[in-house]
Write a protein that binds this ligand. Sequence first.
Ligand code: NI
Length: 256
Amino acid sequence: MILFDTHAHLEGEEYAADRDGMIARARSAGVVHIVNVGFNLESSRRSVRLAEEYDLIYAAVGIHPHDAAEAGSGYLEELREMAAHPRVVALGEMGLDYYRDLSPRPVQQRVFREQLALARELELPFIIHDRDAHGDLMKILRENRPGPSGGVLHCYSGSWEMARECLALGLYLSFAGPVTYPNANRLKEVASRVPLDRLLIETDAPYLSPAPYRGKRNEPAYVVFTAEEIARLRGLKTEDLAKVCTENGRKLFRIA
Ligand code: NI
């Protein structure tokens, strides 16, 4: 099995006691790459350090909508500097979250637009977080059409109609643990219809554990459960689905 966990947050306290063990379990499960995703400047810096420490980890740097209000005037310059590091493969996560509304919506929108522009300038793919903000998110993406470096909607939770529009914009869609939940019918339908060459899988660890570990701490080794479920939905072997998703991730994040 060859797996790529395209979205995780492994720099935090959650793994302070067993980070090496967690990485070893990921390797044993077949995980060959992980993109560790920053959510503010500090976690982005830690993400880069983690990518220096572990050969299978790459970093993304960015400001999550929850943290948008705290991004000071120099944040874009700091992201630009961090993004020059050879282990940084994407900008993110960025986007809109109208479920928790931890930053005022106009600020979320501005910080999202600014990071999209930076991704285009630096020719890096972007990683989008979208929760209960589908309408405004698509409006901003239509106004700031993705460049050739593209991007991904992480932990996809929208409709098939929205998925089609994202696909038309050239974006990838990434699925996390929730697709394994028994009642996730709409999500399962979308995951079974996305063209195979636009499909990514992720854990979003330590959050969103797949069904067998629901409610417990997540980790990259569990990305296999998401691969298994999407393979089952599509009538494929898990190994084959995992391999295709790994190749897709390598292409998007330009990992040899
Ligand atoms: Ni995340």
